[in-house]
Design a protein around this ligand. Structure first.
Ligand code: SF4
Length: 218
């Protein structure tokens, strides 16, 4: 896909989801952004929102979460799914923050990737939402699916998709791009059944054009 077409898709979707994923939504501490992002894997915003108040009022900082009893954490975050693994990750991540970063969340990709439970996707989200840094494009399951359907990337792995998206879009849009693709993936272009008939970018979408064999009139 050429950059001009990618830009048109971006503009339409950015207009469609103006604030749902605005950075201000995460106007909380970098610690909360990090822990919330780890909890967000494979689940909905709603289930994370349902547990975060309890979790952060009981464990407001890395020091307290590092010392937490894992069964208590599992009980609190149960609704987010995969709670054994997530409880282990957020406790270990907190220990790492306390032991290696003086209880603060580092603001570089290099350091973030050394924290247990943090991969490139989580690191990109933390860098953007906690520090306003665009160091890459976070490729979660929605971004992965939409990049392929829309025709942004031919790659079949997250690393290749991230590289293609970073080439296609200007650096200042990388964080927002993830957010609007996630919003669109949840609201319209779902994994099970994309609602192409109500999609504002169907006329530009490779999947739609291939399936219908025609371009929709703007
Ligand atoms: S046209 Fe269909 S497949 Fe393409 S982005 Fe929209 S909902 Fe997804």
């Amino acid at each position: 896909m050429d950059k001009k077409k990618a830009r048109r898709i971006f503009s339409i979707l950015a207009g469609r989801y103006p604030d749902r994923w605005a950075r201000e939504r995460y106007a909380v501490s970098p610690f909360e952004v990090l822990i919330t992002t780890i909890l967000s894997a494979q689940t909905t915003d709603k289930s994370v929102d349902a547990v975060r108040d309890d979790l952060f009022s009981r464990f407001p900082d890395p020091q307290s979460l590092a010392m937490a009893d894992i069964t208590e954490v599992e009980d609190i975050i149960h609704a987010t799914g995969f709670f054994h693994m997530k409880a282990k990750h957020i406790i270990e991540a907190s220990r790492s923050l306390v032991e290696r970063f003086s209880g603060t969340v580092p603001d570089t990709m290099e350091d973030l990737l050394t924290i247990p439970g943090v991969g490139r996707k989580t690191a990109n989200i933390v860098l953007y939402h906690a520090f306003g840094k665009n160091m890459g494009v976070a490729v979660d399951t929605h971004v992965f699916r939409l990049a392929g359907r829309l025709g942004f990337s031919e790659s079949k792995n997250a690393e290749g998709i991230e590289k293609d998206l970073m080439h296609l879009f200007p650096e200042e849009d990388w964080g927002v791009l993830t957010d609007i693709l996630i919003s669109h993936g949840r609201a319209v272009c779902t994994a099970r059944k994309p609602a192409c008939s109500i999609c504002p970018v169907s006329h530009l979408c490779r999947y739609y054009i291939e399936v219908t064999g025609r371009e929709k009139q703007e």
